[in-house]
Design a protein around this ligand. Structure first.
Ligand code: 1PR
Length: 549
């Protein structure tokens, strides 16, 4: 098998990149010291998280001269995400740190006044002057997750000989990929961009991308670009969610509750809707933009290192090339032998097994309670802060399990109330949404606005907003709850609970500002496929990504 070298310099999920490379038929060799850079013919610099953190790690470990020498030597080099950002001179994310200055210019942050930041999801990488640059296609979509970007000014980088592919988010057009000579860099994650991303990786690895580029002069156009970019911009993200637990026979199954009750009404056995790895693959092939696994019971009679979810992630990430999120039990804990294990260590095991994001539920509520009790002070010791510091905000999702609490009038509670569209049993017109822990079993004196604002301050990158009242009802998403949370935070919100038909997805995207929508039961029961939902949304004029086989 031909080899490619990957730089292993900061914490991050590089397993999925390794899996994607192996899928294409290359063997990964890790570079773990600056001296080993010289052994590399083809070198990939992955990068997640914070520009300053990555660059300072590279610099303090002594990598900068070796990497610069590799780039200058003309050997193939690819930067991914922060690996692209590192090629620029600097970033507003950390003005103390310098990049490689291979491309002059400074990255800045997306404006969050009118849109959620980070930019998370599937967007274009269109190069008008070279539409097939490194296998890119103007009508394909690629997975991005970042808050900082290099703004695109037409002609600026092209004048320096770079071919540039762009994407646009909320009116801001930025660099999605750049290429020149031996260098390719993508702001998106090719390893998480399905078949479209694998095509770009392959074009880098087999040299065909660089060879094709060499035959084209920068600024020239082959004339097909303008006609092809039909569906520009961020797509409506559809996520398939798998609640996983052991059933009474001890098998790990995908289950699904009605308002969080996962036992059959008839015999109270755990509802079994299929096998986790198989279902994840099926939804990927139907076009799911992400797959989320929630470990809804902790099945903790085994050592943490043997947790069955780790194996599920390992297997899934071998064949599923879209982002994988894992939730459930991410908190400081004690192993079966009495060893203390931090939430960060548990998250690390999940990332190493193929997860791209972890989702924190109960622990986030408890951390938010402490945050308010301490006068909104941050001490850096919560799971959210520690994991987001090590892996970047985009890797930390907070899963919220709210329950409606009715009140006769807003002034009877200190909580953020709203006039509800679901009046209470005594005709109550108002309610607030209380946060729960332990899978809805315990309700806390904290509303969703308090929780989501606290976790945003701690560094969460995304909210997964469930609704216990709506879960499993097939009656549509909880629009009032979603609107309340969207108005409270700037980070993206994934709406969950209640989807029963494709129209519900259209409704949540059109009537709220949600950033993504998640479905579970309707997919597991086979009532609709992800593809049917996407076809429906596409027919209604919403931009969606379709699976490329
Ligand atoms: O508290 O950090 O250990 O995390 C536990 C995680 O498990 C939380 O994310 C919590 O939401 C989840 N969870 C716990 N118990 C249940 C349960 O169902 N008994 N599932 C549970 C949450 C909700 C969604 C569901 C949507 C869409 N399930 O996962 O997929 O409601 O369903 P639908 O489309 O069929 O309506 P921690």
């Amino acid at each position: 098998m031909p080899k490619v070298h990957l730089l292993d310099y900061v914490a991050g999920n590089v397993r999925s990149l390794g899996n994607a490379i192996e899928k294409i038929g290359y063997e990964v060799e890790w570079v773990r010291t600056p001296e080993e850079v010289a052994n590399a013919e083809k070198l990939i610099l992955p990068g997640v998280g914070h520009f300053g953190h990555c660059l300072s790690q590279l610099s303090s470990a002594g990598y900068m001269p070796a990497l610069r020498a590799h780039i200058d030597s003309g050997k193939p080099f690819m930067g991914i995400c922060v690996g692209l950002q590192a090629l620029f001179s600097s970033s507003a994310e950390d003005s103390e740190c310098s990049g490689f200055n291979v491309i002059p210019g400074t990255l800045d942050r997306f404006d969050d006044a009118t849109k959620a930041v980070p930019h998370i999801g599937w967007n274009n990488a269109s190069c008008p002057t070279n539409p097939t640059l490194y296998g890119l296609r103007p009508d394909s979509k690629y997975y991005y997750v970042h808050s900082y970007k290099f703004p695109y000014n037409e002609g600026e980088l092209e004048a320096l000989g770079w071919a540039v592919a762009t994407a646009t988010y909320g009116g801001e057009t930025f660099v999605g990929a750049v290429a020149k000579g031996n260098v390719l860099a993508t702001q998106f994650h090719p390893e998480k961009s399905g078949v479209a991303g694998l095509r770009t990786l392959r074009a880098f690895l087999d040299g065909s991308g660089a060879a094709a580029l060499a035959t084209q002069s920068p600024g020239a156009t082959n004339g097909v670009a303008d006609t092809l970019i039909a569906h520009e911009g961020l797509t409506r993200r559809i996520i398939a969610c798998l609640d996983v637990r052991t059933n009474d026979q001890g098998d790990l199954v995908v289950t699904k509750g009605d308002q969080y009750d996962v036992r059959e009404k008839s015999d109270r056995s755990v509802r079994n809707l299929g096998k986790p790895v198989e279902l994840a693959r099926k939804y990927y092939e139907q076009g799911a933009d992400e797959v989320t696994f929630l470990n809804i019971t902790s099945f903790r009679d085994c050592p943490i290192a043997d947790l069955p979810m780790l194996e599920i992630l390992r297997k899934t990430s071998e064949t599923v090339f879209v982002p994988l999120t894992i939730g459930g039990g991410i908190r400081d804990t004690v192993d079966v032998d009495g060893t203390k294990v931090s939430a960060l260590e548990i998250a690390t095991m999940y990332f190493k097994s193929g997860a791209d994001k972890v989702s924190i539920g109960s622990d986030a509520v408890l951390a938010a309670e402490e945050y308010y009790a301490g006068g909104k002070s941050l001490f850096g010791n919560t799971a959210i802060e520690q994991i987001s510091k090590a892996y970047g905000n985009q890797a930390v999702v907070v899963s919220v399990d709210p329950k409606r609490i009715y009140v006769p009038r807003p002034d009877v509670t200190r909580h953020a109330t709203l006039k509800t569209q679901y009046p209470g049993p005594k005709g109550e017109q108002y309610c607030w949404y209380a946060c729960t822990i332990k899978g809805g079993r315990e309700t806390r004196d904290m509303d969703v606005v308090e929780l989501t604002q606290a976790v945003e301050a701690m560094g969460a990158g995304e909210i997964l907003l469930n609704s216990i009242d709506k879960d499993g009802t097939n009656s549509g998403f909880n629009l009032e709850l979603i609107t309340q949370v969207k108005e409270a935070v700037r980070i993206p919100v994934i709406s969950s609970s209640g989807a029963g038909i494709p129209d519900h997805f259209q409704e949540v995207f059109e009537k709220t500002a949600t950033d993504a929508a998640l479905g579970a039961g309707m997919f597991h029961r086979g009532e609709y496929t992800v593809q049917q939902v996407k076809d429906f949304l596409g027919a209604k004029g919403l931009v969606v990504r379709h699976f490329e086989g």
